[in-house]
Write a protein that binds this ligand. Structure first.
Ligand SMILES: [Zn+2]
Ligand SMILES: [Zn+2]
Ligand SMILES: [Zn+2]
Length: 184
């Protein structure tokens, strides 16, 4: 026999199609107040609701919020004053070089000095390199950190944990049980 509060939540899930996490709420109140996580999981245990992993998201170690912004820092001086430069590969000489602008305009390979006109197919994009405009270092990868919007502070990757967040939808059994409940 279905409880009235279960029927109310099932009807709400049916109306929405999918109840998703509220990513602006702290982890303990991730779903709206009418849809508490423990209640949703009880309905999953009854087979009335199906839980679908939606994303594996960062959670702030200080305030438990999922509202975090990934950002890049210089691995040397930790500033944010970075830009990227494309890297090219000259296939005949295996040279890798940086070049900003239209690669078609490059007259000769900066590595082997051979003329490049008419042979642009011998040049391929080979990724990018970071420049720090504060400390002048160059590096292939920046440090990634997460800025928590509610805390207004940055957390290192090692301090942040990742958690699976689920979306919930009505199962066929839930649909039938809800109809039976309303016709009783
Ligand atoms: Zn926080
Ligand atoms: Zn730097
Ligand atoms: Zn070359």
């Amino acid at each position: 026999m279905m409880q009235a509060e279960d029927a109310a939540l099932l009807a709400k899930i049916r109306a929405r199609g999918l109840v998703q996490p509220d990513l602006r709420a702290v982890a303990s109140q991730l779903y709206e107040s009418q849809a508490r996580a423990d209640h949703l999981w009880r309905l999953v245990d009854q087979d009335w609701v199906i839980a679908e992993p939606m994303l594996r998201a960062t959670r702030c170690p200080a305030c438990q919020s999922h509202e975090m912004l990934a950002h890049e820092r210089c691995p040397n001086c930790r500033c944010a004053n970075l830009l990227t430069q494309p890297l090219y590969h000259h296939i005949p000489c295996a040279g890798i070089f940086e070049f900003q602008g239209q690669i078609e305009d490059l007259a000769q390979c900066p590595k082997c000095k051979s003329a490049l006109n008419q042979e642009q197919d011998r040049i391929e994009l080979a990724g990018q390199i970071y420049h720090c405009l504060d400390c002048a270092q160059r590096f292939p990868e920046p440090v990634i950190e997460f800025w928590c919007l509610p805390c207004n502070q940055s957390h290192r990757l090692e301090a942040v944990s990742f958690h699976r967040l689920y979306a919930f939808r009505l199962s066929e059994a839930g649909e039938l049980a809800l109809r039976r409940h309303h016709s009783e």
